[in-house]
Design a protein around this ligand. Sequence first.
Ligand code: COA
Length: 169
Amino acid sequence: MPTTVVQADPPSGLLRPVCPADVDVLYAMQCDPEANRMAGTKPRSESAFRDLWSKSLADPDGLHRIIMHDGEVVGGISCFEMDSRVMVGYWIARSHWGRGLATRALAAFLELTRRRPLHAYAAVTNVASIRVLERCGFRRNGTFMGHETDRYTAGEVVMLVLDEAPISP
Ligand SMILES: CC(C)(COP(=O)(O)OP(=O)(O)OC[C@H]1O[C@@H](n2cnc3c(N)ncnc32)[C@H](O)[C@@H]1OP(=O)(O)O)[C@@H](O)C(=O)NCCC(=O)NCCS
């Protein structure tokens, strides 16, 4: 696992640390059927979601931020370890899609953590997410066929990686 270097949040107000009260809002977002269809995921049960966040917030190797817009919680972005890789993932409330928030949030997050390489997976059909990642300097690094699980729907998945310092979108 690469060394963790966490810097102070940028002063933009776009990202802030997660507090326990945010979990209700994040839970509502992760239940959105259209967002799940896009991401190729199945929503977690409320108890599974709360358990995951309890563990995530206690995990010193993870980094989690709330995405804010006009004083409102509009999403979340995290990096975490999976399969010995440092992964990044994010979610924006559907009411705020298409405003450049994911791109700006990812760019700001890449300044907060300099852990590299940083990996991301996206359903091949999730063109918006792939675009966000590529605008922030990630490159495609292959595909695999994802099988149906409790968490994921079956489908082709693109693997992306950021090897070096981020590029401003
Ligand atoms: C994917 C997601 C994070 C994008 O968030 P967003 O704030 O709308 O993204 P942005 O506005 O920053 O950028 C989206 C980019 O995709 C492009 N885009 C969106 N839909 C597109 C489409 N159907 N075809 C091509 N490009 C598309 C936008 O034009 C934009 O690119 P641009 O800035 O060059 O114009 C958001 O839709 C979401 O949370 N989805 C559900 C969860 C999810 O998929 N998470 C990621 C899992 S890998």
